[in-house]
Design a binder for this molecule. Structure first.
Ligand code: SF4
Length: 449
């Protein structure tokens, strides 16, 4: 049995993958989901808080090998979850190894991730998590979070991620691309690229080249986005900072290779607050950059998050932020009231803002954000667009879908009326018939013949 997790430390999983290439795709899919949810992986039994054994049950010899692997994991670690093809023979597994924590069958990503959550819960921390809280539940299988790096080289004063996760460690491009390919093979239609600082991808490994499909690919933000864009799924980029090299990626958006969507956690706009926050890519020219991006890709949607009530934030700073938000037309804005995080340098800053002022600023910001969102969405009415269906409500004859402008769990939806015959995971062409503050309303475009 492993030791209790230290605060902020990522829970660690060991993975033993047996069997055919399909089982390997399953293992990758499970790893991708867990990695995105903040879990780390251990190469040995000792360092793992729990071991997942992905089994094969095709032949008797494979069953024997699977039972042996489960036994070894139990001896070496003690906390074991079994999944994969042999999982359908739960009685046999439990007869031989009564102490396994859970048994799930093949292609049951949701069940195996659920079993991991039960026995090694994720440590939700909104200052650390990249996947929204709702996404910690069961991510539908038609979209997946793809984590391209760990840690961060920035040192924002309100953040402790570099202290607990360390400096940036980028994954080789070939590994990310193979994983993306595997996800698409397993039914994923949308890849949500995440990391603490996506635009810094590859800086730590000097943009090293790795071979993917026999040719070299650099671990560089643009190169990775371009390659991902060739795989045939929707590619959505999260946690990008407005560095100059992002301009090139906007061109990929204009070409339809990656979704015209950028999630940039600006956090503030006032130069003095940004300086106190020690934010990366903090340049006065950001508004000009956003204008230029919209010229290159008029369909671009920008999502961002803001912190109000940061120590020292004056009423002028806050009003500057409101004006900036309107001028930048940030399509989707989220907001937090500043809270100190144990261990963060910002805790020592003077000028603490009273709670009631923070609340009032939060409400004012959300009001402006709502106006901008309403205005931006109204411009989409009348257009014919493609949407990805997340859920269906047969009793209401409706489908809940998302356009290329909506990330799951954090943005609005496209509510499709007259949705008979539409299933979750379908890509459907619809005409936008209406809009409100956060959502669009639409009707499917049906072929006349
Ligand atoms: S960019 Fe700043 S806020 Fe984001 S993880 Fe790095 S240090 Fe933290």
């Amino acid at each position: 049995m492993s030791q209790a997790l230290k605060s902020g430390q990522a829970p660690k999983i060991g993975l033993v993958s047996l069997g055919c290439p399909k089982a390997l795709v399953d293992s990758e899919r499970i790893m991708t989901t867990l990695r995105a949810q903040g879990y780390a992986f251990s190469r040995d039994y000792e360092g793992a808080d729990l071991v997942l054994v992905n089994t094969c049950g095709f032949l008797d010899s494979a069953k024997a090998e699977s039972l042996e692997a489960i036994g070894e994991a139990l001896n070496e670690n003690g906390r074991v979850i079994v999944t994969g093809c042999f999982g359908v023979e739960e009685n046999l597994i439990r007869k031989t190894h009564p102490n396994v924590l859970a048994v799930t069958g093949p292609h049951q990503y949701e069940a195996v991730v659920g079993a991991v959550h039960d026995h090694l819960p994720p440590v939700p921390n909104r200052f650390v998590d990249l996947v929204p809280e709702q996404g910690l539940k069961l991510t539908p299988r038609h979209y997946a979070y793809l984590k391209i790096s760990e840690g961060c080289n920035n040192r924002c004063s309100f953040c402790i991620i570099p202290q607990i996760r360390g400096d940036l460690v980028s994954r080789p491009a070939a590994g990310v691309l193979s994983e993306a390919e595997g996800l698409i093979r397993s039914g994923v239609k949308e890849l949500l690229v995440i990391s603490q600082d996506t635009s810094a991808y590859g800086v730590d490994i000097k943009y090293a080249e790795t071979k993917y499909r026999g040719r070299p690919v650099k671990a560089r933000f643009y190169d990775l986005a371009k390659e991902l864009g060739e795989l045939g799924a929707w590619v959505r980029l999260h946690y990008v900072y407005p560095y100059p090299h992002v301009d090139q990626v906007i061109e990929l958006m204009a070409e339809g290779k990656v979704l015209p969507y950028l999630d940039i956690p600006f956090q503030h706009a006032s130069p003095s607050v940004l300086k106190a926050m020690r934010r990366p890519a903090n340049q006065e020219k950001t508004l000009d950059r956003i204008k230029k991006w919209r010229e290159i890709c008029p369909d671009l949607t920008i999502r961002s998050n803001f912190i109000v009530g940061f120590p020292g934030e004056t009423e002028e700073d806050f009003e500057f932020l409101l004006d900036w938000l309107e001028e930048a037309q940030i399509d989707r804005a989220g907001c937090f009231e500043y809270e100190p995080v144990t261990g963060a340098p910002a805790n020592d800053l003077a000028g603490v803002i009273p709670d009631e002022v923070k609340r009032e600023r939060f409400e004012r910001l959300m009001e402006v954000a709502q106006d901008v969102s309403t205005h931006q969405l109204a411009k989409k009415v009348g257009r014919t667009i493609e949407v990805l269906v997340d859920d269906v409500r047969p009793e209401e004859n409706r489908a809940l879908a998302r356009s290329k402008w909506d990330a799951p769990d954090i943005d609005g939806q496209v509510i499709v009326e007259n949705a008979a015959g539409i299933k979750p995971g379908d890509l459907v062409t619809v005409t936008v018939t209406g809009s409100d503050e956060y959502d669009l309303f639409a009707e499917p475009v049906r072929n006349a013949n």
